[in-house]
Design a protein around this ligand. Structure first.
Ligand code: 13P
Ligand code: SF4
Length: 346
């Protein structure tokens, strides 16, 4: 059930020209450096600083290639929680770096561009969650990891696209569930678990743009392909309906988090994969399975927030130890509880 009366939803933040972009453009040393020199500098500095570089699957190729670890939101949270490095350079969007800061309060977490936001995380505020809870005082609140630390502090459980179904299945069956902020992921989880859920009407502009018409006719054009869908996609409800009706082949249609997709391409025998998510992941897929063909379902599914992280900014992050992501202590305590409850389930 979609709840819309607590809107308006916050504006999508712009990253047209960020403060970090300006800083690297005006930096004499960085301006003179070639790509090879930047990489060499990053490699030297990461040793000196005892730093680890974590990168999301949507990062630009050069960042994925130099990262110590590339993964989805869940894997990156786990890596952050486990690392013994003193500094974490988080190449991803702000809520991901915040999650690392919440899980590792004794480490320095740096994000090369703090304006790397997320349209989905921006679609709900802590105040809106408080008002929503007042309307449903007995409900359990589950938040997708794509939320700010303040929002996480208001909820009972976190989940990621890799574990949302498991988290909801673990909740007492007699309780109502408020799920936020992604309505497409929420609708998918509702359908798989059969649980009664209220859904926040938020969306990621990149995935919401992947529509049912983008899927139509794909299997006719690529008869030997597997279709990989991210559950944030705007076509997810129709795809699940089509699967139930037998209009999409159940043995060749798969719904995954980004790293679930990576595992699939590694292990499947299909020569072609149709990929319905942000296109940055294709770089990793081609590296993992160079002999296979990967076709983006929507070529312009590009997250401008993920792409604000660049080589000069990573170099500057390590050189100047900027920008540190800090979460206030009381928010950290409450948000960590919701994340740790999730990690205990999966
Ligand atoms: P994953 O956890 O599947 O990597 O998704 C994160 C995200 O931001 C999707 O757009
Ligand atoms: Fe947020 Fe969408 Fe970008 Fe993922 S792809 S970081 S959900 S805006």
């Amino acid at each position: 059930m979609l709840e819309t009366d607590l809107l308006p939803v916050k504006q999508r933040p712009s990253v047209a020209y960020t403060e970090a972009t300006r800083a690297v453009e005006e930096d004499e040393e960085i301006r003179r450096m070639t790509e090879a020199e930047l990489i060499e500098g990053i490699n030297r500095l990461r040793k000196e600083r005892h730093a680890v570089i974590l990168a999301h699957n949507y990062q630009i190729p050069v960042i994925q290639d130099l990262a110590d670890f590339v993964g989805d939101s869940l894997e990156l949270s786990r890596q952050a929680a486990q690392t013994d490095a003193e500094v974490i350079v988080f190449c991803g969007v702000h809520f991901m770096a915040e999650t690392a800061a919440i899980l590792c309060p004794d480490k320095k977490v740096l994000i090369p561009d703090p304006e790397a936001g997320c349209s989905l995380a921006a679609s709900v505020t802590a105040e809106q969650v408080r008002r929503w809870k007042e309307k449903h005082p007995d409900a359990i609140v589950v938040a997708y990891i794509n939320t700010t630390a303040e929002v996480k502090a208001e909820v009972d459980y976190c989940c990621t696209s890799a574990n949302a179904v498991k988290v909801v299945q673990a909740l007492p069956p007699d309780r109502e569930i408020l799920f936020l902020p992604d309505m497409f992921l929420g609708a998918y989880v509702q359908r798989v678990t059969g649980r009664r859920m209220y859904l926040w009407p938020g969306e990621c502009h990149v995935h919401a743009g992947i529509r049912p018409e983008d899927i139509q006719g794909l299997f006719e054009r690529y008869p030997d392909a597997d279709l990989l869908l991210h559950p944030e996609c705007g076509c997810i409800s129709q795809c699940m309906f089509a699967l139930a009706e037998g209009e999409l082949p159940a043995d060749r249609t798969f719904i995954y988090s980004t790293s679930g997709m990576i595992r699939h391409v590694r292990n499947s025998s299909a020569p072609t994969h149709l990929v319905a998510t942000e296109v940055g992941i294709l770089h990793r897929m081609r590296k993992e399975a160079p002999h296979k063909q990967f076709v983006p379902v929507k070529e312009d599914a590009i997250c401008e927030y993920m792409k604000t992280i660049t080589l000069p900014k990573v170099y500057r992050a390590l050189r100047d130890m900027v920008y540190e992501v800090r979460v206030p202590e009381d928010i950290t305590q409450r948000a960590r509880q919701a994340i740790e409850r999730m990690l205990a389930i999966v």
